[in-house]
Design a protein around this ligand. Structure first.
Ligand code: FES
Length: 270
C-alpha cells in the first residue's frame, strides 16, 4: 500500500447524472490494485484523515511508463461534490490500494456479477481483469438501477461481459423490479460447481441475495459499501458483524479484513 502519495487529476467528466469518472495519474505501485480494493482520497491541502473519502477503484491501466487509475463515483455529499468540481491538473492525496479485493478463481467457467447502483464499480473492474487473465470467460452481469437514465458503468460492462441483464425500480428499462428478483428467475440454470458470484450494492440487496443463496452450493463474495473514515483500521468506524469459522459472531473492520467477504459470513441486520 502507498501510505499517502500525490495523484494528479488527468481528466474528469460526468458520465451520467450525478456520477463522475475521475482519472488520476498515480505512482506505479498502484498497478497491483485488485478489483474490490479502494483508495482514500483527499485534497492536498487537507491534513486530517477524517476528511478523506473512500472510493472504489474502477480500473488501473498503464500507458508507456505512466499509470492511471479510474474512479467512478456518485455525488452523495459535501466531499464528493467537491471532488466533482475539480479540474485537470489538480493534485490530490491518494492512499492505497487498501483492503482485501475479490478472489478471482480461474477454475470458474461462469462468472456472475450482481450489482446495485454504484456497486457496479468494483465488479466492472473485476470483469475487465477476468477478461484479461482468463481464456474466454463467460461473464453474466445483473445490473440494478433506479431508472433508465441513471445506470452507472453500463457502457464498460457491455464491453467486457458476455451478457448484461438490467433491472430498474420504475421499469423504464429491462426488468421492472429489483436486481435480486431478476437474478432469482435464472438461479435454477446455474450449477454450483463451475459458477462464482460476485456482488456489490446496498445492504438490503445483499441481504436478499444471501437469503436466495442460503441453500445453494454456489460460492459468492460480496463487497460491502461501509462508511470509512481512516481506511487503515484505526478508527473502528467501519466495524461489521460476521460469523467466524466456529460459528461465533465476530466484529471485524471492513477496511482491513474486507471490504470483500464471503456472503455466508456476513450478518445483515433485518
Ligand atoms: Fe477506520 Fe475502518 S475506516 S477502522
Amino acid at each position: 500500500m502507498n501510505p499517502d502519495t500525490v495523484a494528479i487529476i488527468f481528466s474528469q467528466r460526468e458520465m451520467i447524472r450525478g456520477h463522475f469518472l475521475m482519472t488520476l495519474q498515480v505512482p506505479i505501485s498502484f498497478r497491483k490494485s485488485l478489483p474490490g480494493q479502494f483508495v482514500m482520497i483527499r485534497m492536498e491541502s487537507d491534513h486530517g484523515p477524517f476528511l478523506s473519502r473512500p472510493l472504489s477503484i474502477s480500473s488501473v491501466y498503464s500507458k508507456g511508463n505512466e499509470t492511471f487509475m479510474e474512479l467512478l463515483y456518485k455525488v452523495v455529499g459535501k466531499g464528493t461534490k467537491l471532488f466533482s468540481r475539480l479540474k485537470e491538473g489538480t493534485a490530490l492525496r491518494a492512499a492505497g490500494p487498501l483492503g482485501k479485493g475479490f478472489d478471482l478463481s480461474p477454475s470458474s467457467r461462469k462468472i456472475i456479477l450482481i450489482a446495485g447502483g454504484i456497486g457496479v464499480v468494483p465488479l466492472a473492474f473485476l470483469a475487465q481483469r477476468c477478461r484479461e487473465r482468463f481464456p474466454d470467460p463467460d461473464i453474466i452481469c445483473y445490473l440494478g438501477a433506479g431508472e433508465a437514465g441513471v445506470i452507472p458503468g453500463l457502457e464498460r460492462l457491455e464491453q467486457v461481459c458476455s451478457e448484461v441483464k438490467i433491472s430498474t425500480d420504475d421499469g423504464s428499462r429491462g426488468y421492472h423490479g429489483t436486481v435480486t428478483e431478476l437474478f432469482r428467475q435464472d438461479l435454477g440454470c446455474y450449477n454450483g460447481d463451475d459458477v462464482r458470484i460476485y456482488s456489490c450494492g446496498p445492504r438490503s440487496m445483499l441481504r436478499s441475495l444471501q437469503t436466495l443463496l442460503q441453500d445453494q452450493p454456489i460460492a459468492c463474495q460480496v463487497s460491502l459499501e461501509e462508511r470509512m473514515a481512516c481506511g487503515i483500521g484505526a478508527c473502528l468506524g467501519c466495524v461489521v458483524r460476521t460469523r467466524g469459522d466456529d460459528g461465533e459472531e465476530k466484529l471485524v473492520r471492513a477496511c482491513t479484513e474486507g471490504p470483500v467477504f464471503d456472503i455466508k459470513r456476513v450478518i445483515f441486520e433485518a
